[in-house]
Design a protein around this ligand. Structure first.
Ligand SMILES: Cc1ncc(COP(=O)(O)O)c(C=O)c1O
Length: 358
C-alpha cells in the first residue's frame, strides 16, 4: 500500500536511539529530550519549547496555562482535525467555529465579527495542510481585542510567513510528530512560546504537577504528558533533514500541479509565505473525489477526503459557528493525494495517470 504520508527516516535515528539504550535513559527525560527541544528552538526561532506526547496534549497544556476554563469561549478554525478542538472540551470551555477563506485558512473577517460578538478568551488557529494564512492580520486582531492566540501548527512545521515560522506569531504554538506528519517521532508534540514562565508552568503540569518536596505533594492536578527520551532521539534524527523534507514535499506538489492543473484547483499559497505542502490537496473541477479515492485504493494507493469541517460534525450540531460555506464546498470537492517524501517522481506521475483516467 502506498500511504498518504508515511514516516521517512534520515538514517540517524537508530544510532541516536541506540545511544539512549546504552545510557539506559529509556525512561522519560534524558539528554535527547533537551536536544530535541533545542533543535526546534533553533529552527523555528521560538524562545522556549517543551516536548510532550502529542500535539493534542500540547494544546491542552496551553489552554490550562492560559486559564481557559468552564464556560469560556474559544474561537477555533472549523476546517481542521478534531485534535485541534478536543482540548477545548477537556477544559469544559465552549468552542465557536470560524470558517475558512480562499486560502483554506481561518477567515479574518468572520474572526473579527466573532471577536466583537462572542467576547472569547482565546483563538486556536490551525495552519491547515502546512500553510499559513493571514497570520499577521489575525495576530494583530487578537492583540486588539485582548485575546490569546494559540497556533495549531501541528501540520505546518517549516511553513513561513515573511520568513517567520508558523507557531511563533501567537502566545503559544504547537507542532505534531505523529506518524503521518512531515517529521515523526512515532507519536509526539512540541509546545513553544516566547514566554518562559508559561513554558515552565506547562512543564510542571505535564509531569503531574509535583511540588518541590522530597515526597509527592500536590496543590493542583496535572497530566502525564512528557515525551520519552527514546522518541526524542528519533526527533533529533528527523530534525536534521527538515529542510530537505520541505523541499521534497514542495517538489511533489509541483509535479501534481503540472499534471493535474487542468482538472483541479490546488490550495493557493498566500503572498510572502512558504507552505511546507505537508499533503498535496486539490479541488476537482468535475470529478467526484470519492470515485477517484476508490479507484486509487484499487491500485493500493491511499488518498483521503479533506477534513470534514467541525461545524458539520454531529458532535458539534448545536455549536455556534461563523460560516461562509467555503470549507463545506472544499470538503465536497477535495482530496488529499499521497505526499510521502520518499516517493520518486515516476510514482507521483503514475498516481496522476490513475486520477486522470477516472
Ligand atoms: C490540525 C491538527 N491539529 C492537531 C492534531 C493533533 O496532533 P497529535 O496527533 O500529535 O495529537 C493534528 C494531527 O494529528 C492536526 O492535523
Amino acid at each position: 500500500m502506498l500511504y498518504l504520508s508515511p514516516p521517512h527516516m534520515s538514517g540517524k535515528e537508530l544510532e541516536y536511539v541506540k545511544k539512549v539504550f546504552e545510557s539506559n535513559y529509556i525512561a522519560p527525560l534524558g539528554e535527547y529530550v533537551d536536544k530535541f527541544e533545542k533543535s526546534i528552538k533553533n529552527y523555528t526561532g521560538a524562545k522556549n519549547s517543551l516536548a510532550v506526547i502529542n500535539a493534542t496534549a500540547a494544546l491542552h497544556l496551553a489552554l490550562r496555562v492560559l486559564g481557559i476554563a468552564q464556560n469560556d469561549k474559544v474561537l477555533v478554525s472549523s476546517f481542521t482535525f478534531i485534535g485541534g478542538v478536543a482540548p477545548v472540551m477537556y477544559q469544559g470551555a465552549e468552542p465557536v467555529f470560524i470558517d475558512a477563506d480562499a486560502y483554506w485558512q481561518m477567515d479574518v473577517n468572520l474572526l473579527e465579527d466573532a471577536l466583537k460578538k462572542e467576547k472569547p478568551k482565546a483563538v486556536i488557529l490551525a495552519h491547515l495542510y502546512g500553510q499559513v494564512g493571514k497570520i499577521e492580520d489575525i495576530a494583530y486582531l487578537c492583540k486588539k481585542y485582548g485575546v490569546f492566540l494559540i497556533e495549531d501548527a501541528a501540520e505546518s512545521l517549516g511553513a513561513l510567513y515573511n520568513g517567520k515560522h508558523s507557531g511563533t506569531f501567537g502566545d503559544f504554538g504547537v507542532f505534531s510528530f505523529n506518524g503521518n506528519k512531515i517529521l515523526t517521532t512515532s507519536g509526539g508534540g512540541m509546545l513553544v512560546s516566547d514566554n518562559d514562565k508559561w513554558i515552565k508552568k506547562a512543564k510542571f503540569l505535564s509531569t503531574q504537577a509535583k511540588e518541590p518536596y522530597p515526597w509527592y505533594e500536590h496543590e493542583t492536578y496535572g497530566y502525564n504528558y512528557r515525551m520519552s527520551n527514546v522518541l526524542a532521539a528519533i526527533g533529533v534524527g528527523q530534525m536534521e533533514v527538515i529542510e530537505k523534507r520541505v523541499k521534497r514535499k514542495r517538489e511533489i506538489f509541483e509535479i501534481y500541479k503540472k499534471e493535474l492543473g487542468t482538472i483541479a484547483e490546488f490550495m493557493p499559497e498566500i503572498k510572502n509565505s512558504r507552505g511546507n505542502r505537508w499533503l498535496t490537496t486539490l479541488l476537482f473541477k468535475d470529478k467526484d473525489p470519492f470515485e477517484v479515492m476508490d479507484n486509487l485504493y484499487k491500485h493500493n494507493i491511499e488518498s483521503r477526503p479533506l477534513w470534514k469541517p467541525m461545524h458539520l460534525q454531529p458532535l458539534f450540531r448545536n455549536t455556534k459557528s461563523y460560516i461562509n460555506g467555503k470549507s463545506e464546498a472544499f470538503f465536497k470537492k477535495g482530496l488529499c493525494l499521497p505526499s510521502g517524501t520518499a516517493m520518486n517522481d515516476d510514482t507521483v506521475r503514475r498516481i496522476c495517470d490513475i486520477v486522470k483516467s477516472v
